[in-house]
Ligand binder design. Sequence first.
Ligand code: SPV
Ligand code: MG
Length: 589
Amino acid sequence: MTLLNKTLPEERRGKLKHMLAQGQLVRAIEAHNGLSGIIADNARIEGQDADGNQVVREFDAIWESSLTDSASKGHPDIEVISFDSRLHTIHEILAVTKKPMIVDGDTGGDPNMFEYTVSKLERAGVSAVIIEDKVFPKRNSLEAGTTQTLQEPQAFAYKIKRGKAVQMTDDFMIIARLESLIAGLGLDDALDRARAYLEAGADGIMIHSKSKDPSEILEFAKRYQSLLAELEMDKPLVCVPTTYNNIVEEELKQSGFHIVIYANHLLRTAYKSMLETARTILLNQRSFEADPMCAPLRDIFDAVGFLDVKEKDRLDESNKNTPVIIPAAGRAPDLEKVIGNAPKAMIDIAGKTLLARQIKSLNINRLTDITVVTGHGKDQMRAEGVSFIEAPDYEKNTELDSILAAEDKMSNGFIMLYSDILVEYGVFANLLASREDIVLVVDNSIQYLDSVDGKATDYVISRNKRNLGRRAINFDYQNTIAKIGKKIDPALATHEFIGLAKFTKTGAEQFLETYHDVRQNLRGQIQEAEDVSKFRLTDLVQEMIDRGFNVHYLEIHKGWLEIHFPQDIELANELFVSTTSDAPQIPTP
Ligand code: SPV
Ligand code: MG
């Protein structure tokens, strides 16, 4: 649940009346703040009843109790908490819930005050207010020995009339609460008062009792039905079975009750367990022993919408303009006969350079911060909408050094794309959506096809068991790489790294930390590189894996081309010429 409860006041307000019109027993539970409101809104059980019927049970409405609102603010229930403060709690609960709310309006104050109360509650989307016929300032009804003074019935009836006159919709209900039994005035007094309040326009009656035995409220319910028949009215009856808590809902329903309110139970359980936890910590002088008494933090995060926020942050992060680094400084010895001294990025594929096609694929995925690292043939490098930087000492360096030439683009995460590959648009989209910190795009076709002779391939061995079945689902978090390198036995390889990878901010930190450590502190053979000066990207990735960093992969099946040999250019030309226009189409990169 989040603040985005998507329930407008006008949608919520009429829900209570609607439920009552359906003839259902409305089950309400108390809430005293946003979190308990979320519990009231979400609590649900599902299972089979004693007869084997499938049942789903939840609360239908929320009771915004004066007792628990006051107690949660550390105050007694004596109308000392201002209406504004109560309204604050009410708004807090409404913001995070969908269910209808019944507000405990205490005595309602004088008729003028009550008009404002009705107006504000109705506007907020509250479905009903229940006011009790005590004299202001009232005392809570449940404490034995408390003096309870009731208001003169006609004065209370007048207050109800005034309230009914200011309400603006038919949805809102004003329910009169009878305190005759609490004050020891008996059933006759209660029924006389019920008659007066109904005649004044009350939308229902709540009969309150602090007896442990439900017989007096059951007797009231019987006589209330006769009263309604006499008045030719049909108005709901409400009870609060806090003290007579043995009776079950179905019996209350059969006895003529329409709304049952569990008025204080969430606050009471919270108080008890908070006290126990506090004492347990004091006793042990640490929180270890108290931990099993606590809800996991993640449950709280989930309930209050923090996990939703985290997910949205992640999407924002992955959708923002992640910098792309294209290392394009190397020679292309296998292509020199065709392209001479030109860099591979400038190879013409059906009328456009390879680099221009890469830029288009990136832009379509809203990736526009592109840095091309040049070196060999740099004077011939041309492209719109990218920045060029020159790799230092590019004749001697590896592609990893070229990538690192763009180190200042890496701090918030980056995408690395080799300059000699063409990739379907959707692969970038999937890569951007991936959750993990380091994700390499790998092709699984080598499990089914022979690798190309003479071409050094970046083999990958996945940690997952090879799935030979026809059907499978991949979960991103499970897709981790065990080994990567050119010297891996092709028979053991599960995938081939295509030359596209994503690093989040954290992934980039791990990448740079490992790179700089290796460059500064290690000498001689490192992974497949015989010397640190020959250290390549795949060596660095393997080194990171060996140091315990998780390197994930995004698996594809074909969907990309590598331009390595003259025949690759021919194939690319064939594929791209066969598409008639520049318009994006699947799978045109
Ligand atoms: C409340 O919950 O505040 C009530 C019910 O008014 S009782 O405490 O039983 O009076
Ligand atoms: Mg109350």
